[in-house]
Design a protein around this ligand. Sequence first.
Ligand SMILES: NC(=O)C1=CN([C@@H]2O[C@H](COP(=O)(O)OP(=O)(O)OC[C@H]3O[C@@H](n4cnc5c(N)ncnc54)[C@H](OP(=O)(O)O)[C@@H]3O)[C@@H](O)[C@H]2O)C=CC1
Ligand SMILES: [Mg+2]
Length: 302
Amino acid sequence: MLRTLRIPFSATKHLPSRCCSGFVSRTRYVNQLKEDDEACLAALQNGHVFLFHHLRPLLQPTKTGTLRPAALVTPDVQSFLERLGSNPSLLKESVLIGCSEQNQAQFCLDVGELDQAAVEEACTGNFMDLGKSLFLLTGEEAPLLTKGQALLRWHQTSRFCSATGQLTQRNQAGSQRVCPSNGIVYYPKMSPVVIVLVSDGKQCLLGRQSSFPRGMYSALAGFCDMGESLEEALCREVAEEVGLEVLSISYSSSQHWPFPHSSFMLGCHATVSPTHTQLQVDHAELEDARWFSVEEIRSALK
Ligand SMILES: NC(=O)C1=CN([C@@H]2O[C@H](COP(=O)(O)OP(=O)(O)OC[C@H]3O[C@@H](n4cnc5c(N)ncnc54)[C@H](OP(=O)(O)O)[C@@H]3O)[C@@H](O)[C@H]2O)C=CC1
Ligand SMILES: [Mg+2]
């Protein structure tokens, strides 16, 4: 069986947006902030802060009636935190998520300990479920929030060293946590996931889980097992979920995927033989899977 991973030229269209002179300096600046707590704290004083409340991002309405993530300036955040009687060190719990094209460091902060309505009033915005927010935001804004939520969740759920049980200490950027007694360094964790559009040359294969909204079908997906390559995980998932053997694989693109938690999703195309397309759906995993013609996909996308 042929199992090749081909990176098509078109994958370059998914490279992060960059302005030719600023990308390298911004990247190095962010890296420096991860390594230098004092520099990171200084950047926080002049940076932008995106607020979350129990991991739900704050969105503000724009003049055109759309919603945008609220990029607040630190002095404003500091002053309403004081007004609402928050813990004075709360701002320092911000996590670094990047640097804007205007060279402004960007942070996320969860203010779940404060009254939600009071923060919403102070910021003229609303905290919204991240899943819903993703449908309302642009392709550039959404990754900022998914990254912020993932980092905030990681800090909320990884506070203790799994070897000693001691409280770990984070660096100012929030890019790592260290156990004070044995020095183990913990980094944020992601689960690799493969998502694959299987084709027999004429039709493509889509499936649905019972938890999906009515009528929704998607490409097949699954978590990579420990020790597996991307290709092995893809072939195993297709075999497990629909009982088919894959002939060839090509990589398409990747993205951070916030569900159920921090997944790292790798998107691929795969082919099966047009003479072996009979599905044996594992109904423990999928409610249904079936072949769709190009016309059906076109009309669904319309
Ligand atoms: N179109 C899309 O955008 C779609 C995206 N997805 C995404 O793809 C990913 C895979 O989803 P799914 O098809 O359900 O996965 P799988 O087909 O791998 O099956 C899910 C099962 O895998 C087990 N599992 C193994 N490793 C993990 C892990 N690291 N985290 C959670 N569960 C794990 C769980 O078993 P147990 O609970 O028994 O322990 C879970 O029930 C998810 O991130 C999901 O959100 C999925 C479908 C469509
Ligand atoms: Mg699956």
